[in-house]
Design a protein around this ligand. Structure first.
Ligand code: BES
Ligand code: MG
Ligand code: ZN
Length: 501
């Protein structure tokens, strides 16, 4: 991992994000003067105009800082955290493609005033850390992404704020690395990333952080608890299912004042390490990328890692039901009836609607904690993708305050949630002729599939709850200018922001 800091140091690539308005701030003016006005020339020749995501590389003929990389932020009035992070990320990736090792990044004046200095720095750090990550360990060494050794930030900050800004860099680094940790878990191929491997990752995490406790339930323990839905899905796979429980206690469990327990927030994450669809097998082109079907669980691990490293004073429990969905001779079938931990019977109408089944048992288990609230994260339905595309995730909840706070948190960090409905018509969509509910809706199950799935989960919920269907933005197929291909760690930053505030 490269070094990150707040300081002005010589770099082999200096990144200068600039607005379309092109009123150069003092730091840029002095760099321009130092290098014979090449920045002004780039504007005058119209090679560069500050348009969003535009990139121009200028060579200075100065060995100390040979490259200036101009990047466009677009018009000032369009400035958002999301835009800023994309621009920083794209610039880091462009610098890496030139094999730059020491990178220095200007944080523009307007960004400092718009976001406040520490947020500007921590968000830039997250963006840079996420951009520098690549999953290329399986490639030949000479084709891997070149390694960065350091990234430093500078700008017109108050001169006495260095300590605070260094802390902001450290915080951004923790969050960025937690996101990359989640991404990495998602990117590992499914033969390796089994439920047992996911459980071991949770155990390793707990070993490094004394505030995290972990417990992994195996098949007989799940049987004892009556987790019939999770065990039903797991039947078709040669891999042992695991139910992974993480407890992060940043607060003493008993509140010293009134001796009441501090109720935890429970996060539940779908951990299907591979989703073939089971006997209701997916068409082959839909089966690609189904190794990512455990990203809900991986995001929860990333959140808990970040909370522990940031020493956030909150109590959070992570529940990760994990198995594979495969079509073995012993697999669960359409027409089977499974019974969840709370006694609800579920008629299987499609074995590919497995995520809601494993989450059902996790949501029942969550009740044991008498949680303050529960948030689940899941790559649950293709329908959500059809509705929202690849850049927004669906948010379902009847708790107005949770919805509001989640939407604010996601906005603060530049992730995008979009609220979708729960309601009785979707609840009715799960009606069954032979059991309490069907698992994949009745009639034309192409209609409102994301809401019907959310309404299925709602059956098992007895506390304030929100569901995030992240089937829309869990991975980036071919990469974007600001992030490379593969899992993108969606949800980690939003939930850290949500929980800490
Ligand atoms: N893991 C999938 C959902 C998914 C699909 C996520 C595409 C990301 C991209 C889930 O288990 C699934 O197969 N859902 C079915 C439900 C249907 C059978 C009711 C779907 O969306 O088609
Ligand atoms: Mg499925
Ligand atoms: Zn799935």
């Amino acid at each position: 991992m490269f070094k990150l800091s707040f300081s002005v140091t010589p770099a082999d690539c200096v990144i200068l994000p600039m607005f379309e308005e092109a009123d150069l701030e003092p730091a840029v003016k002095s760099l321009d003067a130092e290098h014979n006005g090449i920045i002004q020339t780039a504007f005058e020749t119209e090679d560069f105009s500050g348009k969003k995501m535009q990139i121009s590389l200028l060579y200075t003929h100065n060995k100390q800082s040979p490259r200036l990389l101009l990047t466009g932020l677009g018009p000032k009035k369009e400035l958002t955290v999301r835009r800023f992070k994309q621009v920083i990320g794209a610039a880091i990736i462009a610098a890496q493609s030139k094999k730059a090792q020491k990178i220095s990044v200007l944080i523009p004046k307007e960004v400092i005033t718009a976001f406040d200095p520490t947020r500007a720095i921590s968000q830039a750090t997250v963006a840079a850390t996420v951009a520098a990550y690549s999953f290329d360990e399986y490639k030949q060494k000479d084709t891997r992404v070149s390694e960065v050794t350091s990234i430093t930030f500078f700008g017109a900050f108050e001169s006495d704020a260095k300590k605070i800004l260094e802390r902001a860099v450290a915080e951004g680094k923790i969050i960025g690395e937690a996101i990359n940790y989640t991404r990495h878990l998602g990117n590992v191929p499914p033969t390796i990333m089994t439920p047992a491997y996911l459980a071991q990752s949770a155990i390793d995490l707990a070993q490094k952080h004394p505030n995290i406790k972990v417990k992994v339930l195996s098949r007989p323990e799940m049987k004892k608890l009556g987790m019939g839905c999770l065990l039903g899905v797991a039947q078709g796979s040669a891999k042992e299912p695991k139910f992974i429980i993480l407890e992060y206690f940043g607060l003493p469990q008993a509140d010293s004042k009134n001796n009441k327990k501090t109720k935890p927030i429970v996060l539940a994450g779908k951990g299907i390490t591979y989703d073939s669809g089971g006997l209701s097998i997916k068409p082959s082109n839909y089966m690609n990328d189904m190794k990512f079907d455990m990203l809900g669980a991986a995001s929860v691990l990333g959140v808990i890692l970040a909370l522990a490293e940031l020493k956030i004073k909150k109590n959070v429990v992570g529940l990760l039901p994990s198995c594979e969905n495969m079509p073995d001779g012993d697999a669960y079938r359409p027409d089977d009836i499974l019974v969840a931990m709370d006694g609800t019977s579920v008629h299987i109408t499609n074995t590919d609607a497995e995520g809601r089944l494993i989450l059902a048992d996790a949501l029942c288990y969550a009740a044991k904690y008498e949680p303050k609230e529960v948030i689940d994260l899941a790559t649950l339905t293709g329908h959500c993708r059809v509705a929202l595309g690849m850049d927004r995730s669906g948010l379902f909840t009847t708790e107005e305050k949770m919805a509001e706070k989640l939407l604010v948190a996601s906005g603060e960090v530049g992730e995008q949630l979009w609220r979708l409905p729960l309601g009785e018509e979707f609840t009715e969509g799960n009606k069954s002729e032979v059991a309490d509910i069907d698992n994949s809706g009745v009639g034309d199950n192409r209609l409102a599939g994301a809401s019907v799935a959310a309404a299925f989960l709602q059956y098992f919920v007895k506390y304030p709850w929100a569901h995030i269907d992240m089937s829309c933005c869990y991975y980036t197929p071919k990469g974007r200018p600001w992030i490379r291909a593969g899992a993108n760690g969606f949800g980690v930053e939003t939930l850290v922001e949500y929980i800490r505030n």
